[in-house]
Design a protein around this ligand. Structure first.
Ligand SMILES: CC(C)(COP(=O)(O)OP(=O)(O)OC[C@H]1O[C@@H](n2cnc3c(N)ncnc32)[C@H](O)[C@@H]1OP(=O)(O)O)[C@@H](O)C(=O)NCCC(=O)NCCS
Length: 424
């Protein structure tokens, strides 16, 4: 496998570099922690390493030195290769990775049985995470660990498990969509389609203009990674640092993505846009929209899709989705509201003065695009996000195992001790 070959060639040099770096500079300081940060979700504390991507507050997502806006048109498989190796694949490497995905895409029959046995009103995220977890017995990492494999070899079965999970995720996610929302029998994958196009095909949505595959590829590329400290990446990393295998770790990360302040925001965001549409019987005037935004804030709620823990600009991923919408559905009223919200809400949030970032994040527009294609089941949206984000989580795990990073164990303190430390 060419991806494995490339990693195998890179890893010894990378290990040596990090080891020398720690030896030479290990006692230097890169961050301080204030009392407010300890109580405030560790915002801004620089205490983790993530080499797959970074999110400078004034630039947005950069994957291995490439700004997401410059690579938004790339296939998700290319992005996964880039995340893992720091290089975009050449033609042969891409074809080889796609061949791996095709060869591993079949979902074990017991997964469907477990999903079918779940309550009919289970949240799609609970179903997805269960499906991943129930496949844990397939883990090549656990099998290798039980046989006593060497620490320097950990990354290889971690990559194998990652590819197995990623290859199966679109099938599981699409099959689940059809099962959970009564869309009819599952649709078999087509081995000649790329990862994103196959997902679009297996969902079975009406696609008269033949553009859904483009949206799925874009969606999967844009959500793939967002450095290491966000809830899903961090949860996944923390679990994997205990040498739990990729099935445990990806499932854990996605459980975090299911939260309303993280991945679930995209379903909440479209719900807010649709509520606006319903309340005003169509696209509202600027004044009506401004008032509605204020009403939301005054009722103690957040405006979903706006604000970010790290970013301080319009998320370039939102910009890419907006461009797709302008190209393919400029007369769609729901998309028109999304555009209008972008014109009005940053001003309202700025005037309110609470949110540190009044600009749209990735969730502000993506739901409206899916809705346009008839995917009206909001609780499913985070599943799409998950299929994509699994690429980031998996690549981060492969890198962590390759570098031999240890178990995570930050130090916590009781309030009494913190008070004493600062003389309060
Ligand atoms: C993303 C988010 C969770 C980041 O949280 P954060 O890092 O704590 O954000 P801030 O530091 O800017 O928060 C400061 C205050 O502004 C508020 N705020 C932030 N974004 C807001 C928004 N979109 N609408 C209303 N209030 C918002 C916060 O709730 C907080 O209020 P509090 O002091 O009363 O608790 C937050 O912006 C949010 O809830 N946004 C809406 C949900 C969303 O889009 N999530 C998807 C993220 S990709």
């Amino acid at each position: 496998m060419l991806l494995k070959d490339k990693l195998a060639a890179q890893i010894p040099g990378l290990r040596e570099d990090i080891s020398n770096f720690i030896k030479a500079h290990g006692d230097k300081e890169i961050s301080k922690v204030t009392v407010a940060q300890a109580y405030g979700g560790m915002r801004g504390v620089k205490g983790m390493v993530c080499d797959t991507s970074e999110v400078p507050p004034d630039k947005g997502l950069i994957i291995r030195e490439l700004p997401i806006g410059d690579i938004a048109e790339k296939l998700p498989e290319e992005i996964f290769f880039l995340l893992c190796t720091g290089e975009l694949p050449n033609k042969a490497e891409l074809a080889d990775l796609q061949k791996e995905f095709a060869a591993r895409c079949e979902v074990p029959a017991y997964v469907w049985k477990v999903l079918e046995a779940m309550p009919k009103d289970s949240h799609p995220m609970a179903m997805l995470d269960t499906a991943i977890l129930v496949m844990e017995k397939e883990s090549k990492f656990r099998a290798g660990y039980d046989k006593g494999m060497k620490k320097t070899e950990y990354w290889e079965p971690m990559l194998e498990d990652s590819l197995d999970i990623l290859a199966k995720l679109p099938n599981i996610a699409a099959g689940m969509y059809r099962m959970r929302f009564n869309k009819g029998p599952r649709i078999a994958p087509k081995k000649d389609l790329d990862w994103g196009a196959n997902y679009a095909h297996m969902l079975g949505l009406a696609d008269p203009k033949g553009t859904l595959a483009d949206l799925m590829r874009l969606y999967l590329t844009l959500h793939s990674d967002h450095e290491g400290g966000n809830v899903s990446a961090h949860a996944c990393h923390c679990v994997a640092s205990a040498l739990s295998d990729a099935y445990y770790a990806v499932s854990a990360g996605l459980n975090g993505l299911a939260g309303p302040l993280h991945g679930l925001a995209n379903q909440e965001c479209l719900a807010w846009v649709l509520e606006t549409h319903k309340k005003f019987g169509g696209v509202p005037s600027d004044e009506d929209l401004r008032k509605f935004a204020w009403d939301t804030l005054k009722s103690g709620k957040v405006i979903p899709g706006y604000g970010h823990a790290v970013l301080r600009i319009t998320d370039p991923r939102f910009t890419a989705f907006l461009a797709f919408g302008k190209k393919h559905m400029s007369d769609d009223p729901i998309f028109t509201i999304v555009r209008k919200v972008f014109e009005i809400v940053p001003g309202v949030l700025t005037e309110q003065g609470k949110a540190k970032d009044p600009w749209p994040n990735v969730d502000a527009g993506s739901g409206a695009l899916l809705y346009h294609y008839g995917m009206t089941e909001f609780p499913y949206y985070t599943v799409l996000f998950s299929v994509s984000r699994a690429m980031g989580m998996c690549s981060q795990m492969v890198v962590s195992r390759a570098m031999g990073y240890p178990i995570e164990r930050p130090k916590s303190l009781p309030t009494k001790v913190i008070k004493k430390m600062v003389g309060a």
